[in-house]
Design a protein around this ligand. Structure first.
Ligand SMILES: NC(=O)c1ccc[n+]([C@@H]2O[C@H](COP(=O)([O-])OP(=O)(O)OC[C@H]3O[C@@H](n4cnc5c(N)ncnc54)[C@H](O)[C@@H]3O)[C@@H](O)[C@H]2O)c1
Ligand SMILES: [Zn+2]
Ligand SMILES: [Zn+2]
Length: 369
């Protein structure tokens, strides 16, 4: 099978022909139909999150179940050959304290965080026998993959594969940050800084939550237009003068937002997000920085004003519950996930998609097979 393989930081991913072994107990083989290219893949590609290669990159994918490993029970799992599944990049182990508490985004024993299957191995190798590992345990930028059962979430009838793919990362991350992490009450004012796949999903989540004011902020004008189409009530083009940008956001939110979401992962915008808060306001940090980055804030007014900062991994997703819900909301016309897709590309277009992400150009590029 063809796959986009990350070898080492700073080097272009290479399209290779790899061998995929059959699924073992507790695993299924999935033929990928669609995989988005997320900024988290780019963090790895550019060495901002140092990880040893080689692995099949990609973690925002969906496809068709092709084979069940020994003992996988279709009745218990909903996994039948031919079924469309969205893949979770954080397959829960099921036995750690986080999983037992129902908070699988805190799983401390997930193979996904080691970029391995649950037993620590991989089903993917080169013709010379050398191993290639699945990024986040799923490696979706490939024609096929073998994943743990807990990473393969059956999707409702009629869900388009591209929509299922985006539910696998940016949608769950963004919508979940609003509904699960922050639990934004109806009538709130919300600011979203950074309008990629994640930030635009936060905008859609804020619409679902019934936020009264949704201010969308980006340095690329085309992103603002898309945010308005998705339901933001105002937008601010982040210019060269951060003081003016922040003043405009305060003006539009009557002194500062109840909830401010950062969806880029830069120290400067994270600090601005916290600075924007009025007393009682909450900053929700969703963007991921390169490793080692620190951000600062003035402590006295923060504490005196009872402000909060929340970190949100994977939108606090319980994939088996949340993924089908987001798909149902799409099918009901209430979560226009398809509007995030801008370009359909082949595997050989991944590097170009990375260039576009670096430049902030365009919306989601989705590899279709
Ligand atoms: N918390 C999680 O679980 C989780 C999950 C997925 C992705 N992420 C992270 O979320 C971030 C966003 O991911 P994405 O795929 O949407 O990325 P993206 O590159 O598509 O979007 C980033 C957006 O920020 C804008 N931007 C960049 N610098 C800016 C600035 N100074 N001011 C205003 N706007 C600016 C860009 O124009 C772009 O629209 C990444 O850091 C990614 O790693 C986090
Ligand atoms: Zn992602
Ligand atoms: Zn666990």
């Amino acid at each position: 099978m063809r796959a986009a393989v990350f070898q080492q930081p700073g080097r272009a991913v290479a399209i290779e022909d790899l061998i995929l072994d059959p699924p073992r107990a507790g695993e299924v083989r999935v033929r990928i139909l669609a995989s988005g290219v997320c900024h988290s893949d780019l963090h790895v590609r550019d060495g901002e999150w140092p990880r040893p290669g080689p692995f099949v990159i990609g973690h925002e994918g969906a496809g068709i179940v092709e084979a069940l490993g020994p003992g996988v029970d279709p009745a218990a799992t909903g996994l039948t050959v031919g079924r469309l599944v969205a893949l979770s990049w954080y397959a829960p182990c099921g036995h750690c304290p986080g999983c037992l508490a129902g908070r699988e985004w805190l799983c401390s024993d997930s193979g996904s965080s080691r970029h391995r299957l649950a037993d620590g191995s991989t089903r993917t190798h080169r013709a010379d026998g050398s191993e290639v590992f699945p990024y986040c345990g799923i490696g979706t930028l490939a024609e096929a993959t073998v994943v743990p059962v807990s990473a393969a979430i059956p999707m409702p009838e009629g869900t388009p594969p591209e929509v299922a793919a985006l539910i696998g990362c940016c949608v769950s991350t963004g919508v979940g940050a609003v509904l699960n992490t922050a639990r934004v009450p109806a009538g709130s004012s919300v600011v979203v800084i950074g309008l990629g796949g994640v930030g635009l999903s936060i905008v859609m989540g804020a619409v679902l939550a019934g936020a009264a004011t949704i201010v969308a902020v980006d340095q690329v004008a085309a992103k603002l237009e898309r945010a308005v189409e998705l339901g933001s009530t105002a937008s601010v083009l982040a210019g060269d003068d951060p003081v003016a940008t922040e003043a405009r956001i305060r003006e539009l939110t009557n002194g500062g937002p109840d909830y401010a979401f950062e969806a880029i992962g830069l120290a400067g915008t994270i600090e601005a997000t916290i600075r924007l808060l009025p007393p009682g306001g909450t900053a929700v940090l969703v963007g991921m920085t390169p490793f080692g980055v620190r951000a600062g804030f003035e402590v006295f007014p923060f504490v005196d004003g009872s402000r909060s900062i929340l970190g949100s991994n994977y939108g606090f997703a319980v994939a088996s519950v949340d993924f089908p819900r987001y798909a149902q909301l799409f099918l009901a016309g209430r979560l226009p996930i398809d509007r995030l897709v801008e370009r359909r590309i082949g595997l050989d277009g991944v590097e170009d998609a990375f260039d576009r992400l670096r430049a902030g150009a365009g919306l989601r590029s989705v590899v279709t097979f």
